[in-house]
Write a protein that binds this ligand. Structure first.
Ligand code: BG6
Length: 481
């Protein structure tokens, strides 16, 4: 199968930080057909040789184990091409079509790694130029809108040129091995399914914590905030995978239909419930992993007095028979205690405890990063001289170790899936719009709330109000248990 991959935004951050390293790994793993072509498109004039050098230079920022040797890069670079395009010029798309037609590859993937305001013009022009035939796929990278209306507008334009099955909306969390494992855990094993419901589960916690701050992206981040940046997409996608009903098949639409049902079952927010069930925070100066770091308002390109939230914790429920009344707590933030992302499924207490201290003994921890694994927490008898003392123990599975060389990074996986036309790990437009519909009342309530976000010191787990919110239900965040 021959392919052409066109990277719009070919000199941008996403291309050299994520896409090129992922493509190189795919090449190294022998997954790219050697006659495939990768065409980077951007505004300025450069030759293929200059572009290859530009990418070569940027590989110094990549993990040393994932960096190519000179020889490897020379072979990889044979696939790389460059083309100057003014994205508003129809003639430039006609030129692109000539370049692509000369080869007539089996699959053409258009990856829009550009600023989102360019999505409309690129999709429109691709359609006009006839670059939207059945073998063409378009990959869109977030942010896909900043609210429901803007997301709908992007989807309208994409739909005017491409069918839904040609549209690959990336949520890179879906490419993470741990997230795919969640599907395997639930639907490849008989063990947990009978327990996966309100009768056995007390609450579910999804934490996506970062130790890093906003870095040099202060201007972008300030117009986005944690709710749009992490909750509307990544955290909600994880929630759907935890809460969805078993799909009838492993096909993209069977899975996405079940995920959509979960999103539609989420308890809607009202101004009162936003005040009660959502906590927003902003980091002040503090210490993260031994390093003193500045507060958000002192980061570069952050406007003075900004009310942008760098932390969100919220409580929701999935209103259906399986989950009625079970709290789902979602939490994300920058400059928290460290990089630490996990889903904790807390099981209910035994109905009649005969051992002291046996309350809430069981939990399943699905670890996303930095490690990728599973922990099942149980109580066991210590067998000590003091009688029947119970102690918590855990069964640990480390997937990185178990599958070592076979695990691939999120972007590598997603790029390969887009080329192969597998839509399972991509977000359908109705899912994406429903996620916006759900977060919108929160955005609206915040817009009229003069109080702004609560302060938290960098290096902590966010504002104390986040713990208080969970404590109201008699629960605690995992690190406080
Ligand atoms: C991106 C957000 O989608 O995800 C970033 O825009 C965030 O702000 C990143 O840092 C986190 O991704 P990961 O894979 O490092 O957890």
């Amino acid at each position: 199968m021959s392919f052409d991959l066109v990277l719009f935004g070919g000199t941008g951050d996403l291309t050299w930080r994520k896409l090129m390293p992922a493509l190189f790994q795919a090449f190294r793993h022998g997954k790219l057909p050697p006659d495939g072509r990768i065409l980077a498109v951007a505004r300025d004039e450069r030759s293929d040789a200059q572009y290859r050098q530009y990418i070569r230079d940027r590989f110094v920022e990549v993990d040393s184990a994932k960096r190519p040797s000179d020889d490897e890069f020379a072979r990889f670079a044979e696939m790389l091409h460059y083309r100057r395009m003014d994205l508003s010029q129809p003639a430039h798309y006609a030129g692109l079509k000539t370049w692509l037609d000369a080869r007539n590859a089996d699959t053409v993937v258009m990856f829009l790694a550009t600023a989102p305001y360019l999505f409309s013009v690129v999709c429109e022009q691709l359609g006009i130029a006839g670059l939207n035939g059945p073998k063409v796929r378009v990959v869109l990278e977030k942010p896909l809108g900043h609210d429901l209306a803007s997301a709908q507008e992007i989807n309208r334009v994409v739909r005017s040129a491409f069918s839904e099955t040609q549209a690959f909306r990336i949520d890179h969390y879906l490419g993470k091995p741990a997230v795919q494992n969640l599907m395997a855990l639930r639907f490849g094993n008989a063990l947990f399914e009978p327990l996966w419901r309100r009768e056995s589960i007390a609450n579910i916690q999804i934490t996506l914590a970062e130790g890093l701050g906003v870095g040099t992206r202060g201007d972008y981040y300030d117009t986005t905030g944690a709710l749009r940046d992490m909750i509307q997409n990544h955290a909600l996608q994880l929630l759907t995978m935890i809460a969805m009903e078993p799909p009838s098949t492993n096909d993209a639409d069977a899975i996405r239909a079940e995920k959509l049902k979960v999103l539609r079952s989420l308890k809607p927010f009202t101004p009162e419930s936003v005040a009660r069930d959502v906590v927003r925070g902003q980091y002040k100066a503090g210490t993260v992993e031994g390093q003193a770091v500045p507060g958000y308002l002192d980061e570069v390109k952050v406007p003075a007095g900004s009310h942008c939230e760098t932390f969100v914790a919220l409580r929701t429920e999935v209103q259906n028979w399986r989950w009625a009344g079970v709290p789902f707590y979602l939490r994300t933030g920058k400059r928290l205690a460290g990089r630490h992302s996990q889903i904790v499924v807390n099981f209910r207490e035994v109905p009649h405890p005969i051992f002291p201290g046996s309350a809430r003994a069981n939990k399943l921890v699905i670890k996303l990063q930095p490690e990728d694994g599973l922990e099942l927490h149980l109580l066991a008898a210590k067998g000590s001289a003091q009688g029947e003392m119970l102690a918590p123990v855990s069964l640990d599975l480390d997937f990185d170790k178990a599958f070592e060389s076979e695990r691939v990074g999120a972007y590598e996986r997603l790029l390969m899936d887009a080329m192969a036309g597998r839509l399972n790990l991509f977000v359908r437009s109705d899912e994406q719009e429903q996620a916006w519909r759900w977060v919108e009342p929160v955005l609206q309530a915040w817009a009229t709330d003069p109080n702004g976000p609560r302060a938290y010191a960098a290096g902590t787990w966010g504002p104390p109000a986040s713990s208080a919110m969970v404590a109201r239900d008699g629960c605690a965040w995992d690190e406080e248990q």
